[in-house]
Design a protein around this ligand. Structure first.
Ligand code: ATP
Length: 254
């Protein structure tokens, strides 16, 4: 049986009187790409924020590889294998693209500091960083600073940094938003490549139907903070519940 990597169990967050994520219980298995869809304000980003630890849950649990990580912060979850695309604002805009990737690799490996191994590991980490940059076709821009990159290339760098972390769970939030028609396929191909590695699971918040169709093995639908549909793409997209959610009609009766 395919291994469950990530689970949320009754995950809930309230902002004042508003329940933004309402008791979501869901499991994510290795080798699966799950698209998370729903109308604006459905709770998709908030669900992501709860999983990655950006905001604390009001109730419920998050489990990674069966272990309860609800009480852990973002960095601790990241170290355990939960990877969400970086906010580039958290990086070093005046360092080069290569330096940024190398720093992530270095931080991730957390090797003990040794003068003898330092030179070797520096060379090895540079090689590893370059390999990651080649995968997103940013190797030719490796000496540019992050601040000099176009928006599309900054998004590609976000994906590169995530790959450098080598997580068990990849979380992408509209990874091709703002990219040109030329730039988007590189990122989509990469996500398809990551998916081919049957040991990871990928969560994708996405509005673009063509992207969902080409990548998703499964779709979960959120509406008013609740999980209202879960299944294979063709089935879910054809369901009344999704048709109604996207038409903006009420779901109370469902
Ligand atoms: N920090 C917050 N304080 C108060 N309300 C919030 C907060 N964050 C989100 N919300 C509310 O929670 C609900 C869900 O928002 P969320 O951004 O998760 O939706 P979404 O499905 O990601 O929408 P979109 O597709 O527009 O990005 C919305 O009503 C939003 O206004």
């Amino acid at each position: 049986m395919t291994q469950t990597l990530l689970e949320t169990d009754g995950l809930t967050v309230r902002f004042g009187g508003h329940v933004a994520v309402d008791g979501i219980s869901c499991s994510f298995r290795a080798g699966e790409l799950t698209a998370i869809v729903g109308p604006n304000g459905a709770g998709k980003t908030t669900y992501f924020n709860l999983i990655s630890g950006q905001i604390p849950a009001s109730a419920g649990r998050v489990k990674l590889l069966g272990e309860d990580i609800t009480g852990l912060g973002v960095a601790q979850r990241c170290r355990r294998g939960l990877g969400r695309a970086f906010q580039l604002t958290n990086l070093f805009p005046n360092l080069s693209v290569l330096e940024n990737v190398r720093l992530v690799i270095q931080a991730h490996r957390q090797k003990g500091f040794s003068l003898f191994s330092m030179a070797d590991s520096h060379t090895e980490m540079t090689t590893a960083a370059l390999a990651v940059l080649e995968r997103v076709r940013l190797d030719t821009l490796r000496h540019n600073t992050v601040a000099e990159l176009s928006h599309g290339n900054q998004r590609k760098l976000e994906v590169a940094l995530l790959i450098a972390l080598d997580p068990m769970v990849y979380m992408f939030d509209e990874p091709t938003a703002g990219m040109s028609v030329d730039e988007a396929p590189v990122v989509l191909d990469l996500i398809a490549e990551l998916k081919a590695d049957r040991e990871r699971t990928i969560l994708l918040v996405e509005h673009k139907m063509d992207v969902i169709r080409s990548l998703a093995d499964r779709i979960i639908v959120l509406h008013n903070g609740a999980l209202v549909a879960d299944g294979p793409p063709a089935e879910v997209m054809a369901s009344d519940i999704v048709q109604e959610a996207y038409m903006g009609r009420e779901l109370e009766d469902v």
